[in-house]
Design a protein around this ligand. Structure first.
Ligand SMILES: NC(=O)c1ccc[n+]([C@@H]2O[C@H](COP(=O)([O-])OP(=O)(O)OC[C@H]3O[C@@H](n4cnc5c(N)ncnc54)[C@H](O)[C@@H]3O)[C@@H](O)[C@H]2O)c1
Length: 263
């Protein structure tokens, strides 16, 4: 990919080595970016499967910062720390999310709704606004949305609504930040068997009276390319959108779903 070497890339919710955030930073590290791991303090404290240690072990220039994306104070402090350390911020990937609250609509508590919207949508808004203030021309923001940003899923009202909202944020901030030559795009993966993906497939397989393995086999059979997604698939799309090869792409919501989602 062109133009990524030497750029400073931050990914929210990237503290655990099994998640999409780790895959994204690993790929951006391979492309020569300097890396910022951020996550909740509890996620960063995990010793086994620490994203930071794994990225350091690969020889990348990487720091980690505890940051709750739903806290304005944390987001401002996090970006100030990045700029103090690296001198700039070029790429922000809004990846942090809550995806484990699955309930029938009529049983949802108001705090379930507010928690999910607060992290998945308000968190991305805070990072977009604060990064937008600090970024130079040629920088970009990439939002990790979902297939759930394009279509409805049962018993996932807060998650689906937050991800649809993230596409709205992507489109409107792409327009508002275009005069600064900052691009904003989204990627929309379907199922990936991370911690979140595993929790979701366990819940939905139970609803259907299947094992999680049978459920995931069913997904693979629906996907025209015949398999479930991997973190590296989403990471490749993010690296492309962050690179100069995508210099004329902004406001886009790119499916990474093996053909399962096409609009
Ligand atoms: N796995 C899938 O099937 C799938 C499919 C489509 C989209 N996605 C999206 O990909 C992204 C990454 O998900 P994942 O599958 O790697 O799951 P994950 O659970 O491994 O990662 C989510 C991360 O967000 C962090 N997080 C939660 N609340 C936070 C907060 N308040 N502040 C900061 N960090 C917080 C968690 O600690 C966790 O590390 C999410 O946006 C998710 O919605 C996942």
């Amino acid at each position: 990919m062109n133009g990524l070497a030497g750029k400073v890339a931050l990914c929210t919710g990237s503290g655990r080595a099994g998640g999409l955030g780790f895959g994204i930073l690993d790929r951006l590290g391979q492309e020569g970016c300097k890396l910022v791991v951020t996550d909740l303090p509890t996620a960063l404290a995990v010793e086994e499967g620490s994203s930071f240690s794994a990225l350091q072990g690969k020889g990348y220039d990487v720091i980690q910062i505890a940051c709750d994306v739903s806290s304005e104070v944390d987001v401002v402090a996090c970006l100030d720390q990045v700029v103090a350390h690296f001198g700039q911020i070029d790429i922000v990937v809004n990846n942090a999310a809550i995806g484990h609250i699955m309930k029938p609509l009529l049983e949802l508590e108001t705090h379930d709704w507010l928690n999910v919207i607060g992290v998945n949508l308000t968190g991305a808004f805070l990072f977009t606004r604060e990064a937008g203030k600090r970024m130079q021309a040629g920088s970009c923001i990439i939002n990790v949305a979902s297939q759930a940003a394009k279509t409805g899923f049962r018993q996932m009202a807060p998650y689906v609504s937050s991800k649809h909202g993230l596409i709205g944020l992507t489109r409107t901030s792409a327009i508002d930040l275009a005069p600064k030559q900052i691009r904003v795009n989204a990627v929309c993966p379907n199922h990936v068997t991370t911690d979140m993906g595993r929790q979701q497939s366990e819940y939905f397989s139970q609803l259907r009276g299947m094992t999680p393995e049978e459920y995931r086999k069913g997904i693979a059979e629906r996907v025209p390319l015949g398999r479930v997604g991997r973190p590296s698939d989403t990471a490749a799309a993010v690296a492309f959108l962050a690179s100069d090869d995508a210099a004329f792409i902004t406001g886009e919501a790119m499916n990474v779903s093996g053909g399962e989602e096409m609009h």
